[in-house]
Design a protein around this ligand. Structure first.
Ligand SMILES: [Zn+2]
Ligand SMILES: [Zn+2]
Length: 369
């Protein structure tokens, strides 16, 4: 964890009380991997940084994964780590070189600071930066805490009518923006989305805003499918006990004999990707967002003969967060309905228990800090 401690942070704002205890939700590691609400240091902002009084932080599947498994791929929790990367808060202090932000501003926090000098950063793909310091990805701490010191350039000022909760939801929304951009979803597109979890939901609202005319979503949960219809899915298919071929056939029927030209895999399940390959039209595009088993089988011969383009999609790059904010601020996308459960910071452990078990009716769990 960050070690430089500031005891006397400048107090100059009516919105925040800097005398508050800086509690953070810490994943203890690696031996016990328990959650603990602990007082963590407040780091004084450097010239280019701001101090944020965090207000809303969403729980993400990746946070839960670190809690239950202690790792995601090669990211291994080797020391105590503060969780959280879907956050928004109020500026409490600004470094002297910060422009465009002032004390009291509401901001959404894009949770990765890229190195800005590697070839990926220079090419405009900072989500591929090998040195990105990403919140709650070992060894970096997250923002599920009362005070968070952060790079001002990765903070997005929210207009007055956009709530801090919506600000926190820009993170998963930006994932949807990036995925739909990778797929090139646009006017009149027929889109298949496999997986109706939070990212599937975000892909639906973005695809709809981008002009997709048909959006079919598959999942194994009837309640999730019911919910995603309210977000704009035109049809849903419950895939329990069904093969990809079978589901692909039903997609075609529901699309009046047409295949989707864009498919977005958001489930992480091998069967989801298989369904995308079987359903997508020749020459179509499949974007894989869901993270599942590291090695998965696909019908490669089918994909090759159909000249499908299969693309990965990881987090979000330059402009994605800003575009996510524009979608919410303009009213083109409504993200608030995704929040099904709200907990206080003090109830974080309870919130994670619910997130771990999932269950009917759980989409996005929000912590109010
Ligand atoms: Zn997330
Ligand atoms: Zn870089």
């Amino acid at each position: 964890m960050e070690d430089s401690v500031v005891n006397n942070v400048v107090n100059g704002c009516c919105h925040v009380n800097l005398k508050e205890k800086n509690l953070g939700l810490v994943l203890k590691g690696p031996e016990d991997r328990k959650l603990a609400l602990e007082e963590v240091p407040v780091r004084e902002p450097k010239d280019h940084e701001v101090l944020i009084r965090m207000k809303n932080v969403g729980i993400c599947g990746s946070d839960v994964h670190y809690v239950t498994h202690g790792r995601i791929g090669h990211f291994v929790v080797e020391a105590d780590m503060i969780l959280g990367h879907e956050g928004a808060g109020i500026i409490a202090q600004v470094g002297k070189n910060v422009k465009g932000l002032k004390v009291g501003d509401k901001v959404a926090v894009e949770p990765g600071v890229p190195c800005r000098s590697c070839e990926h950063c220079i090419e405009g793909n900072y989500n591929l930066c090998p040195d990105v310091a990403f919140c709650a990805t070992p060894p970096y701490d997250g923002d599920l805490r009362v005070y968070f010191t952060y790079d001002a350039k990765m903070c997005y000022k929210l207009p007055a009518h956009v709530s801090l909760e919506e600000g926190a939801l820009l993170e998963p929304l930006a994932v949807g923006v990036h995925a739909c951009s990778r797929a090139g979803v646009g006017i009149g597109d027929r889109v298949l989305i496999t997986g109706a979890g939070p990212i599937g939901c975000m892909a639906v609202v973005v695809a709809k805003a981008a002009g997709a005319s048909e959006i079919i979503v598959t999942d194994i949960s009837a309640s999730r499918l019911e919910f995603i219809k309210s977000l704009g899915a035109t049809n849903t298919i419950n895939v329990v006990g069904r093969t990809g071929e079978d589901v692909a056939e039903q997609v075609k029927i529901l699309m009046d004999g047409n295949h989707p030209n864009k498919s977005i895999e958001c489930s992480g399940a091998e069967s989801g990707l298989h369904t995308c390959v079987m359903a997508t039209r020749p020459g179509g595009t499949i974007v894989v967002v869901g993270m599942g088993a590291p090695v998965q089988k696909i019908a490669l011969a089918h994909a090759t003969i159909a000249e499908q383009s299969i693309l990965g999609s990881f987090r979000y790059g330059p402009t994605d967060y800003a575009r996510a904010l524009n979608l919410v601020a303009s009213g083109a996308v409504k993200v608030k309905p995704l929040v099904t459960h709200r907990f206080k910071l003090e109830e974080s452990e309870k919130a994670f228990e619910l997130a771990k078990t999932g269950g009917e009716g759980v989409v996005k769990i929000m912590i109010e800090v």
